[in-house]
Design a protein around this ligand. Sequence first.
Ligand code: P61
Length: 460
Amino acid sequence: MLTEPFKIKVVEPIRSISREERIQAIREAGFNVFRLPADKVFIDLLTDSGTSAMSQAQWAGLMLGDESYAGSQNFFHLQSVVREIFGFKHVIPTHQGRVAEHLLFSTVVTAGKVVPNNIHFDTTRANVEHVGGRALDCAIREAFDPDADHPFKGNMDLAKLERVIHEHGREAIPLVMMTVTNNSGGGQPVSLANIRETRQLLDRHGIPLFLDACRFAENCFFIKEREPGYRDRSVRDIVREMFSLAHGCTMSAKKDGLVNIGGFLCVNDDALADQIKNLLILVEGFPTYGGLAGRDLEAMAIGLTEVLDEDYLRFRTAQVRNLWEMLDQAGIPLVRPAGGHAVYLNARRFLPHIPQPQFPAQALAAALYIEGGIRAVEIGSLMFGRMENGRPVYPDLELVRLAIPRRVYTTQHMRYVADSIIDLWRRRDQVRGLRLTYEAPVLRHFTARLEEVEPSVMAR
Ligand code: P61
């Protein structure tokens, strides 16, 4: 159903600046959309993280903030909601997802250890590597092929995972992660059958399974729609079954928590929880606030309940699919099928004249900003390219992600986005490659600066 299951009570004006102003802005930003001032962006699809519109219940919940340093009532509310939805014993709040990752990996991963995942998100990979571990991607073959259609393209390749276990040995693998939905592979879901089989495999080797739960509700809605036997089950029920298969989870509530800031880490193991809480106190705060205000904890508790509303999830996934279909019908190369939170443009095929060393996906993101004031994010060579033994190594996929914030944009905004991309597609041969002029040693895509390899012909 493509009709928003909410009406608008508060509005935030947005403004479209001229094409000339946009060209100037992207040049000043070093062709890096992270460096653009947000008021120069018309439709912001940089991320679905922390960009949701909160509901009236969440805004009302902010007034119930109990800002006690220890024992805030909002923590106990959050703890009971998380325990009920996910079923874990220990709920450790953090101010966002990467802190949950950092706490977990600093506690269980040491130098030389290996952490497999379907596909690690960049913060997950960076946090594993930060403590000297190796992050390995073990998703099914289809996950790396933008054209392959598969209902659960986020699935783990069990044969590959088993090979990794045999190659490195059980002792080298402190845990296995699965990212639901699989963000770096196109926001694609993982099936319950696959999680169950992964758990069975890991049980045989005594390795714990953790879920990267950021988009758990969207993943579980896909299970309800696509996995045999789940059509008549509630999403809440499916979520409970999914998390019963894991030993713990990391969560960025900035996604399916429907809040602008927040996260948590859950585990069942008492000793592990104690270790993590001690580290939490050192870097984030007391375990009943975890770097957040009491009011933030309250908004998160309410958001986690609202995200399980199936009318909301039906609209949410339909809105993303509708944008995907408008683009697909125009022949735009996309990752198939539509993901849960985003549509991904296949930049290699959109701009076949730009070679990988010239960052085709980054060039496409910059061109899209010039074309329509639309801000998307590169998931390609700038984000994942690296030097190995003095030689550049490029990722398989060069994608531009159009992430749709939750409950923020209307169907008409999505039509505008589709029309702008279709206009750009018709003039795609005018887009030029980029070269780096500055890069930071880690997570370079946030701050990198680039310039065009040839003078631009994008100005109309
Ligand atoms: C995003 F460009 N995602 O998709 P935190 N796991 C997963 C995520 O998607 C995720 C985190 C953990 C973001 C924000 C983002 O280079 C970037 O609350 C599957 O952001 O710490 C975040 O959660 C981390 C965008 C993060 C980026 C890093 O847009």
